[in-house]
Design a protein around this ligand. Structure first.
Ligand SMILES: Nc1ncnc2c1ncn2[C@@H]1O[C@H](COP(=O)(O)OP(=O)(O)OP(=O)(O)O)[C@@H](O)[C@H]1O
Length: 294
């Protein structure tokens, strides 16, 4: 189906098996416990859920920013997203998150303190294809003379998005990056993403609270509540959507009817053991549940 992909990659672009995750120093039950997810190549999967349900955390785990369990627990393109740094360095795996100061896709950490032009930022990303770069600059209507510390939030965001998309990703993780964009930029970008999936077999996971125009854009939907996967299905097979005006009302009804989930199992080993452990909270103590932040 997808150019440049081997047989293994065609099975699942993203695979999460029995994942457990807690934020460090957190006494609460794990945010994710025995979490499983599989996303096939070419999918455009919406990730929905209430504030605090775990969308950003999940995307960051998939992006390899937190180490969770062993190499086989979180796999992107059949490789461990945390351990295999080539995934991000090569541009195969790209993450576009909320904050500009964070890693911009395969472009690395971007300092924003100085007076940089959009041109400086965009052309500073090495190894990008000039044709793709021109297409993105045009699509996002970027003026290369923009001074990054003087532009609007939306204009700054366009440059960030452009940089994150310069390399032809195989898996793209989007954490609500369209909030600052005007409606034309947003719709053009969504069309671009659709082309990327249909023409190159790229896979996109998009966490958002804005559902305008997504009924026909997305192929799949994953709904999480309090770190638990409640629904994961093809959008075309979503019964509620047939009897509803739009996706917004479907998701709204899910969130309104959420009841508190039963407490997940406490983290092992039990606290008492941890307290009496000779290792205390040593960072060298190996734990399947420990999160290492990148
Ligand atoms: N750095 C952190 N340390 C400890 N707890 C955290 C941290 N970041 C997030 N959390 C907690 O993890 C849970 C999930 O947060 P997350 O940001 O993944 O939710 P979200 O679904 O992306 O929310 P939103 O829709 O508001 O963006 C929340 O209860 C939050 O308080």
């Amino acid at each position: 189906m997808a150019d440049g992909m081997n047989e293994n990659e065609k099975l699942n672009s993203i695979k999460v098996c029995g994942m457990q995750f807690s934020y460090e120093g957190n006494d609460k039950p794990p945010l994710f416990y025995d979490f499983n997810l599989g996303i096939s190549p070419g999918s455009r999967c919406l990730l929905v859920g209430a504030n605090g349900s775990g969308k950003t955390t999940l995307l960051k785990i998939l992006a390899g920013k937190h180490m969770v369990g062993g190499r086989d627990v979180v796999q992107v393109l059949n490789r461990s997203s945390f351990h295999d740094t080539q995934l991000v360095c090569s541009g195969d795996l790209s993450y576009l998150g909320g904050s500009w100061s964070k890693t911009v896709g395969s472009a690395g950490e971007i300092p924003l303190q100085g007076d940089f032009s959009a041109e400086h930022m965009i052309f500073g990303v090495e190894g990008s294809d000039p044709v793709r770069r021109e297409r993105l600059i045009e699509l996002l209507d970027i003026d290369l003379q923009w001074r990054m510390h003087k532009v609007s939030d939306g204009q700054r965001r366009r440059v960030q998005i452009c940089m994150g998309l310069l390399h032809p990703f195989k898996v793209l993780l989007l954490d609500e990056i369209t909030v600052d964009l005007d409606v034309v930029a947003r719709m053009d970008l969504l069309d671009f993403f659709k082309d990327e999936c249909e023409q190159r077999g790229a896979t996109i996971v998009y966490a958002t609270h804005i559902f305008d125009g997504l009924e026909t854009w997305a192929t799949h939907l994953a709904y999480i509540q309090d770190g638990e996967l409640r629904r994961a299905e093809k959008l075309a097979e979503l019964d509620e959507l047939r009897n509803s005006t739009n996706l917004l009302s479907v998701v709204e009804s899910w969130l309104r009817s959420e009841t508190k989930l039963e407490k997940k199992r406490p983290v092992d080993p039990p606290k008492q053991v941890q307290k009496t452990s000779p290792f205390g909270s040593s960072p060298f103590m190996s734990s399947r549940h420990m999160a290492y932040n990148r």
